[in-house]
Design a protein around this ligand. Structure first.
Ligand SMILES: [Zn+2]
Length: 198
């Protein structure tokens, strides 16, 4: 199968900035190197965030564990997205939410990144809400106790924070590398991800 690279370049040249940025941050690894190159050039031509080019470069290769750890350590040093404090390294915890609505039940989990005391406080809030709002459906009778049990088990899991932090870094690599120099944007992005469960 042959590809007409000029046609592909033309297609990307018509794409709006937002869509192009999204591809550079999230979908670039699935594209051929020639197409990655086209997107990189288009981003340069438009004068979009230069961090996008680094994001493309990093995602076009297999990252080493050290490289992912480096990205995670960047996150750890940011101010807390919840309280703004910056005297302690950020950690990652897991939030579990169970809500029963009549016959329906929703069970969601989310990685939550913040300082230790904000994580503890938020996890406690989720525990109480699961206790109050989780049980009232057939499935809730299964998921609510599960979430409550795991809430306590998570507490004793060593290295859970590091594991979740690496997971987050790998999942959002494109976004983090793009905004590497812009601490405020990174904090805003993490806050948005933290609140995704609501
Ligand atoms: Zn905090």
């Amino acid at each position: 199968m042959t590809y007409n690279l000029d046609e592909i370049a033309q297609r990307y040249s018509k794409m709006d900035d937002e869509r192009l940025e999204h591809i550079a941050k999230y979908d670039i690894a699935d594209l051929m190197p020639e197409v990655q190159d086209i997107i990189s050039k288009e981003i340069k031509k438009r004068g979009l965030n230069p961090g996008l080019e680094n994001a493309i470069k990093l995602q076009s290769k297999q990252l080493s564990v050290e490289e992912i750890k480096n990205i995670a350590s960047k996150i750890k040093k940011l101010p807390c997205p919840s309280c703004g404090g910056n005297d302690l390294n950020l950690e990652a915890g897991i939030l579990r939410q169970v809500r029963s609505y009549g016959f329906l039940c929703e069970y969601d989990t989310n990685i939550f990144i913040a300082c230790k005391s904000c994580i503890n406080e938020t996890r406690k809030k989720y525990l109480y809400l699961n206790l109050v709002l989780g049980w009232w459906s057939i499935q809730g009778l299964y998921y609510a106790p599960k979430a409550i049990l795991l809430h306590f088990l998570d507490k004793n899991k060593t290295h859970l924070s590091d594991f979740l932090m690496l997971n987050f870094a790998e999942l959002h690599l494109g976004e983090i590398v793009t905004n590497w120099q812009d601490e405020q944007k990174l904090v805003k992005f993490i806050r948005h991800q933290n609140n995704k469960i609501y």
